[in-house]
Design a protein around this ligand. Sequence first.
Ligand code: PEP
Ligand code: MG
Length: 755
Amino acid sequence: MPSAPGGPRLLLRRLREIMAEPVGAQDRLDKIVVLIAANMVAEVCSVYVMRGDGMLELFATEGLNREAVHQTTMRSGEGLVGLIAATAEPLALSDAQTHPAFSYKPETGEEIYHAFLGVPLLRAGNTLGVLVVQNRTLRVYAEEEIEALQTTAMVLAEMIAAGELQALAPVETGIALRRPVYQKGIALADGVGLGYVVPHEPRVVVKNLIAENVEAELLRLEHAIAEVRTSIDELIERGDVAHHGEHREVLETFRMFAHDQGWLRRMREAVTSGLTAEAAVERVQSDNRARMQRQTDPYLRERLHDLDDLANRLLHRLVGRNLVAERGSLPENAIIVARSMGPAALLDYDRSRLRGLVLEEGGPTSHIAIVARALGIPAVGEVANATSLTEQGDAIIVDGAAGEVQIRPSSDVEAAYAEKARLRARRQEQYLKLRDVPPVTKDGVPISLQLNAGLLVDLPHLAETGAEGVGLFRTELQFMIAERMPTATEQQSLYSAVVAAVGDLPITFRTLDIGGDKILPYMNTIEEENPALGWRAIRIGLDRPGLLRVQIRALLKAAGGHALKIMFPMVATCDEFIRAREIVEREKAHLSRHGYPLPSELKLGAMLEVPSLLFQLKEICAVADFLSIGSNDLMQFLFASDRENRRVADRFDPLSPPMLRALKMVVDEAEESGCQLTVCGEIGGRPLEAMALIGLGYRSFSMSPSSIGPVKAMLLELEAGPVGTFLRDELERAGGGDTLRPKLAQFAETHGIPI
Ligand code: PEP
Ligand code: MG
């Protein structure tokens, strides 16, 4: 393998000299390709730049036919260069011509070259072009050569981003500096938000890349590392996290990483090769991010996340920015873009200025999604590369219903969404008008519509929507957003505030539903192969009765003198319910012995989420005062389909016969036993599904606030009798698998029912 004559350091120094020369853009670019070819011992070096129309155009070459410059073009995805642009990944081949994507451009004369190394010109996640070197021989490019070319590509990308090459592009297209990008993700919280990007962890855009003085840069790097280490020590020793526990261990590991010799060595080497301290940190961070994306092991992913966070801290130090102060103030119409976010983080932002949330991670039932829904903030999750595709201040649109994001939208796209947002607002106004209309079907069947809640901020929705009460209060939210286990007093004070806020309306608290996807950061978790089927919810409550007792006591005290409903999550057997009920009875007796006022009425229920209860319906109805169907979990267990796993989450339809028949069994038995029945899973909040449930005989629902209006609008136009007959007939006639969705939608349409 031929070795580069000057090495990367000399190359960067020469590049800096060329950048400072008073020559035109084309001359500068021509000199650069000659320099790179010589330094890399390659016969060819070419620069392709992405134009505004999405075409890659050859802007300069050493080695290929000069006549092809500004003539040869290709689409993103076309040929090897197009492939690099499309994947944003380097590509090294010892014989390019045997690669299936190879496409031959006769005007360039490249047929005599075999070895090929190309890297994308990346800036802030945008591909601005491709840099290629080629050799006649069948040679293998070494890892260091690929890295050296990537470092050079950073300088070229910066040159393009600074607008230097704009004049060389055709006037009609220009260069695609900040192209519009459409990204599909998944819907987390309904609504349309138009605004401007505010990165949750503002990334530092490194502008100064090439070191003037390597020794001075090394010193800057060492200083920044020392400062970051001290700040982490301070963070860890702060009173609130100094206690033992998993949280502490995570931070200790984080601290250890700040001393990781491999990481530090790689950054020092990058500085020694001629980069500034910040460019070196960013270079190593990019490598780490690429590794993180490929990494499937959750433990290693977390560790790489730690390194990424450390790199961010270093970058902020190096460019002299203060993270905390920047987060404190939020511009108007802010759309927060984050890789991931804890459920509490959203609460820190000024909600009056917040228009949306975009996450690279986070499924529909993640806790940040639940909080976003509670706050009414449109949110989209699983948006690939959201943080690297966007920069502070970029225009962005979040469509929380469709699960779509438009980054730097064109003016017509923006106008279309603005119209959509206006339409939505108008519909919201109509729903507001329905607020005081009793939820009774056209044929006079009253339907109870209640709210799902979990935070105090949810409760004003009661008045706004005209809901009849709170049918599911997810008590775990308080635990999940806290930094440590809420004390008995803290629990009681939240429950008292909730009881006061609902006044005379009914309230159903669900006891702690943790485990599975709901993790408390401060609680020791045990590794489980299948956490959704593991130690969670009422199972933890019964095995650690201390936890459940404290909560029950807090609930009973808070609801003294008021009617109270308590339900238990994930009940799989009647025995579990009976044991939970005994804990409540004991607490009730204890409080009454000590003279506390008890709830005026107390009803205990089981959530029906585990299919085993379907086969103990009579028995559970005999011991429970009410049942509440947690359809989110019931669906996942009935179809063995992980609700958090995108590949399977939407694979099965709740409107298919298996689920509808299960739901019918429950409503029939509940009616026969005189057991109250509610649906509190997401299924009840969707108008078409709610219509089917009313057809099956369901009369009580609890749903997220934004669903009340659409479901009420639907049922006001519905006749419960005919939809019941229709559904029973269809269910009898249906085969095993076919969903009844199209038939139900057709029914709604012919009967003028808005769904
Ligand atoms: C459900 O499973 O349907 C439910 C309401 O509970 P959660 O979504 O909180 O698991
Ligand atoms: Mg559930």
